[in-house]
Design a protein around this ligand. Structure first.
Ligand code: ATP
Length: 503
């Protein structure tokens, strides 16, 4: 299936089956804002749960907090967001569409990379088993030419971004002949900086009002509570603070469904360490995080690390975990070595000492920080897009199934009496009552059993239980498994154990 098609299908499926709705749909929607429906909210909670457990429950030295979205405005001055949380934007005068200038150039590079990939695939088909891709990439003149083009563009884009050289970025767009995907024209405005923070007023009178920001990341809530948590929790370095919460960014290009939203959710953990140990902890968290992703049941080849060439103002090392989304490899999580940038800045701007007294060395210092920051919505999209499958069945019919790992599935089991009479619903209710305290259960009597199975497949329910006349005689039910569609007869008492074993 073409990738564009896959994304479209996922968006349609997510809406039809109550996972994700466009926000304010009654009023024709609000750009890049989405609501989670009855099934989406369960999947989302299960992802958060998995993250929270792996951070807070499994690490004795990591604790969680939940800080306010509104914070003192000086925090964003200290963090650098007021001055530096910008993206370069450019408008096409014909289509009136706005783009991120750096993204236009990156997409141009991705097109060249696609050409390389096509050459590699052609050659692989031609040479068969003896094909050596690394050798081919370094010897084939055409491929080498493409790779050199990419290197040259890179060598200009990132230094220009670093130096805030907006004219340089504009010149690059012109030289590369980049056209607007909508109008096809090269009629561009100048490149300008655009701050991504949303602001609002706090206070009841215009004179007394203060401009405050909706937080663009949850991390700063952790930094400004570092002392509170360290003291009250009597935490010893190294230790971490985790938080899950909303963040807001006025994204210039808000496309691609829940991949880039203006209101989204982050799961962030700041790990406070002794200065000088950051390399080691950076590596440790890279490994920990990739393991966590593998636990989502998605094969490893769908992930890759992308080390940053352009480091953010706060980092001395940074990598992204990228995921193969339907629209290609894109950032899913960031891992950053932030040094003492944030705590140091808050110390300076607040005038209050933020130091750690190390009882082992009898020294006082500002801790360094390794951050892991993952988008909840992007993880949701990763899980959904990997799980989505269209299958041709043996009897010639088709089904759409979400192969979500059972522990993340919105419902674990559906309880389905075969008919609405002969005491089967009563028996169904009895089984439902037994199971619902332990698992999210779905009860349904309407429609043929085949249709009901399809609906459960479409929302990813790993098990269906069918109650039939035999159930009334021997207290056994049919347990149907989602992926294999196999059915087995099991005693009612054994159901909970079977399901729990899968989770
Ligand atoms: P990008 O380069 O894609 O804009 P970023 O590097 O600005 O992302 P970070 O500031 O590192 O992102 O934020 C950490 C994580 O938060 C990202 O890896 C991503 O999963 C998530 N995230 C960031 N911006 C958005 C957004 N607009 N919508 C959904 N998730 C987001």
């Amino acid at each position: 299936m073409a990738n564009e098609d896959l994304l479209k299908k996922i968006i349609a499926h997510a809406k039809e089956y109550g996972f994700v709705f466009p926000s304010s749909e009654l009023y024709d929607g609000l750009a890049a804002v989405y609501d989670y429906g009855q099934n989406g909210v369960e999947l989302k909670r299960n992802i958060v749960d998995y993250w929270w457990k792996s951070m807070v429950q499994y690490h004795e030295n990591i604790v969680g907090i939940d800080t306010a979205i509104f914070m003192h405005p000086t925090i964003w001055k200290a963090s650098g967001h007021v001055d530096a949380f910008n993206d370069p934007m450019i408008d096409n005068k014909d289509s009136k569409k706005r783009y991120r200038a750096d993204v236009l150039v990156e997409e141009h590079m991705a097109k060249i990379e696609d050409k390389v990939q096509k050459e590699v695939e052609k050659a692989a088909a031609r040479f068969g088993d003896s094909f050596d891709e690394a050798m081919y990439r370094t010897t084939n003149p055409r491929v080498m030419g493409y790779l050199q083009q990419i290197e040259e563009i890179r060598g200009r884009l990132y230094p220009a971004m670093e130096a805030n050289d907006l004219e340089g970025i504009k010149a690059l767009i012109e030289e590369l002949g980049i056209t607007c995907p909508l109008s096809g024209s090269k009629n561009w405005t100048e490149v300008r900086q655009f701050n991504l923070m949303f602001s609002t007023q706090m206070g009841s009178t215009a004179e007394g009002a203060n401009t405050i920001y909706l937080r663009p990341e949850t991390a700063q809530g952790i930094f400004v509570n570092y002392l509170n948590v360290q003291k009250t929790g009597r935490m010893k370095l190294p230790f971490g603070i985790a938080q899950v919460g909303k963040a807001f960014r006025n994204e210039i290009v808000a496309r691609q469904f829940i991949f880039r939203m203006r209101e989204f959710e982050q799961m962030e953990m700041q790990y406070f360490i002794q200065p000088g140990t950051e390399r080691e902890w950076f590596e440790y968290w890279k490994q920990q995080r990739i393991q966590w992703h593998k636990g989502l049941g998605i094969p490893e080849e769908n992930y890759r690390f992308h080390d940053h060439e352009k480091l953010a103002h706060y980092a001395n090392a940074a990598t992204d975990i990228e995921f193969r989304f339907p629209m290609g490899f894109k950032e899913l999580e960031g891992i950053h070595s932030r040094t003492d940038f944030d705590l140091g800045a808050h110390q300076e701007f607040s005038g209050k000492k933020i130091a750690y007294f190390d009882p082992d060395t009898n020294e006082s210092y500002v801790p360094y920080v390794i951050e892991t920051s993952i988008g909840l919505d992007r993880t949701f999209l990763a899980v959904l897009s990997h799980a989505y499958a269209e299958e041709q069945l043996e009897d010639g019919s088709e089904r759409v199934v979400l192969r979500i790992p059972p522990f993340l599935a919105p419902y674990k089991v559906a309880v389905l009496p075969l008919t609405k009479k002969d005491g089967l619903p009563e028996k169904g209710r009895e089984i439902m009552d037994r199971l619902k305290r332990q698992f999210m259960c779905y009860y349904e009597e309407k429609d043929t059993i085949g249709k009901r199975y399809r609906r459960q497949d479409a929302i990813g329910t790993p098990y269906c239980i069918t109650i039939d006349h035999q159930t009334l005689q021997d207290n056994t039910v049919t347990l149907r498994e989602r992926d294999t569609m196999t059915q087995e007869r099991v005693p009612v008492e054994a159901i909970a154990g079977k399901i729990a074993a899968k989770l």
